[in-house]
Ligand binder design. Structure first.
Ligand SMILES: Cc1ncc(C[n+]2csc(CCOP(=O)(O)OP(=O)(O)O)c2C)c(N)n1
Length: 516
């Protein structure tokens, strides 16, 4: 863990003093950016990432991003500086007077070591906890004078050398039971969630779907921070709608629903209805005991999703059921000026390079992107499962730092881009070659769509005229273009992705929600 994301203050300088040469400090100009970058880096690298914040105000600025990291199951060791121990009780300036309570509901563990000598142990404990299932952020507050205290070298060496692994195997009896339920089912279905990607279980999910001839749905988009099944595979049917009634309606006709690597379910709008279609039962596989416990219906097996799918495969042979019908190819949107979001994503699909990764935060065009690109390689998609804007722009930089060989395209609404706009400076300063594609519709389109759903009229604050993302990019040192029309977008976007520098391409799009 030699990369530190952060934004420093006086209380963090002692930690950063004489930082060893094999460490890299990645500066974010706002704490939400630092945490978002660490989140992308941790997810795309499959490792715990370290982010260091500036005492209470730094943690305060970072809270939305820590919330996202928790929803993403992103393993982060979040540290923050603190006043010197001798000045905490009189509450000198910048004392974080209740440091552990501040991020408490958003982290797995929140701690301030009782003595300076305990800091190495606390950091090691935090690192292991963050990486154990369910993965997520932890927080350690470190008073600034601790860094000049003597550590116990022997104890620190032990702490640094420990390996702690936590992949739980599923209960064999439960696996046998699920296998026989699948075999006996007349129309079973698989719902694939983000943890399949995090657990590197794509091959097992595909093998299970093919062997059991299962149609496959992706878990609802708001909670689908990663893609768990190739979206161009003939068994893939689409993305489940994120509300109770429509979701069970979509699964109607199925008698067994197997959910792998997702909560049940990441619902959002309140559209009531039956939780499951008549006569259906559900089984969830998840490494997160809380996801298993809080599901409103069905059974669950708590285990590593890759191990659980492998165990199921060991029990199941080839089914003689009919293979599911593939869904139609995406349709080309008719030419329009400005382009529809679907047309923009179609162009992105046309120029999308092998091995490319999409980081997405373009709320009204999420479904259009998924439909047009149909991403079909592991680790190709990152989305803020928590729903807090600001994840996308920052996470894309972290993803690119963790995957320097793979081209990263960050598709953003111009509204979403503002929550982490300072990240553009980091991309420029550290030469992180992300391509930022900004879909500019001059509005908060998805909120207008929600207003319709919620029968709200006359709400203010939903228009966003004159946010010039290309000018903002230039101000932060990122080369930028404004394009209109399919051909120009095709040429400029293709070149931007191929270039080895960060670039931003801004394209005006038609207002409104884009479903395809
Ligand atoms: C931190 C945070 N604040 C506010 C919101 C509410 N919100 C959800 S979508 C949205 C609009 C996003 O606008 P834009 O990126 O332009 O996308 P569009 O809806 O136009 O596609 C807002 C403000 C949020 N999700 N997160």
């Amino acid at each position: 863990m030699t990369t530190i994301f952060g934004n420093p203050g006086s209380t963090e300088l002692p930690m950063l003093a004489e930082l060893p040469g094999d460490f890299r400090y990645v500066l974010g100009l706002q704490e939400a950016v630092a945490v978002g970058m660490a989140d992308g880096y941790a997810q795309a690298g499959g490792t715990v990432a370290h982010v260091n914040l500036h005492t209470a105000p730094g943690v305060g600025n970072a809270m939305g991003a820590i919330f996202n990291a928790q929803a993403n199951h992103s393993p982060l060791l979040v540290t923050a500086g603190q006043q010197a121990r001798s000045l905490m009780t009189l509450q000198a300036n910048l004392t974080n007077r209740d440091a552990t309570r501040m991020p408490h509901p958003l982290v797995k563990w929140s701690y301030e070591p009782p003595r300076a000598e305990d800091v190495p142990h606390a950091l090691a404990r935090g690192l292991h906890l963050a990486g154990l299932p369910p993965r997520g952020p932890v927080f350690v507050s470190v008073p600034m004078d601790d860094w000049s205290a003597e550590a116990d070298a022997q104890a620190a060496r032990h702490q640094a050398e420990r390996d702690v692994t936590g992949r739980a195997a599923p209960d064999p009896a439960a696996v046998k039971d699920v296998a026989s339920r699948l075999e006996a089912a007349s129309s079973p279905v698989l719902v694939a969630g983000p943890e399949i990607d995090a657990a590197r279980a794509w091959d097992a999910a595909v093998e299970l779907a093919e062997r059991q001839r299962l149609p496959v749905w992706a878990t609802p988009a708001p909670g689908g921070g990663r893609i768990g099944f190739p979206e161009g595979h003939p068994a893939f049917q689409g993305i489940l709608p994120p509300a109770i009634g429509p979701l069970s309606e979509t699964l109607s006709g199925h008698d067994v629903v197997l959910v792998a690597g997702s909560s049940v379910f990441p619902y959002y709008p309140n559209i009531p209805g039956p939780l499951l279609p008549e006569g259906a039962s559900l089984i969830a596989l998840t490494s997160d005991p809380d996801e298993a416990a809080r599901a409103p219906m069905g059974d669950a097996i708590v285990a590593d999703v890759a191990l659980a799918l492998d165990a199921l495969l060991a029990e199941l042979g080839q089914s003689q059921r009919e293979a599911p019908e593939p869904r139609p190819e995406p349709e080309e949107a008719p030419a329009s000026d400005p382009l529809s979001p679907g047309s923009v994503h179609r162009v992105l699909a046309d120029v999308f390079p092998d091995g490319g990764i999409v980081v997405l935060e373009s709320p009204s065009s999420t479904l259009a992107m998924r439909n047009q690109l149909r991403l079909s390689a592991p680790g190709s998609y990152y989305f803020g499962a928590g729903g807090g804007l600001g994840f996308g722009l920052a996470a894309a930089i972290g993803v690119q730092l963790a995957q320097p060989e793979r081209p990263v395209v960050c598709a953003l609404g111009e509204g979403s881009a503002q929550y982490a706009i300072q990240g553009l400076w980091t991309a420029a300063a550290y030469e992180v070659p992300v391509t930022f594609l900004v879909l500019r519709n001059d509005e908060y389109a998805i909120l207008k769509w929600f207003a319709g759903l919620e029968s709200v009229t006359g709400a203010p604050g939903l228009d966003l005229p004159a946010v010039e993302c290309a000018s903002l990019a230039e101000a932060y040192g990122v080369a930028a273009s404004r394009v209109t029309g399919r051909d120009e977008l095709h040429a400029v976007l293709g070149e931007a992705i191929a270039s080895e520098r960060p670039e931003l391409v801004e394209v005006p799009v038609a207002p409104g929600m884009a479903l395809a």
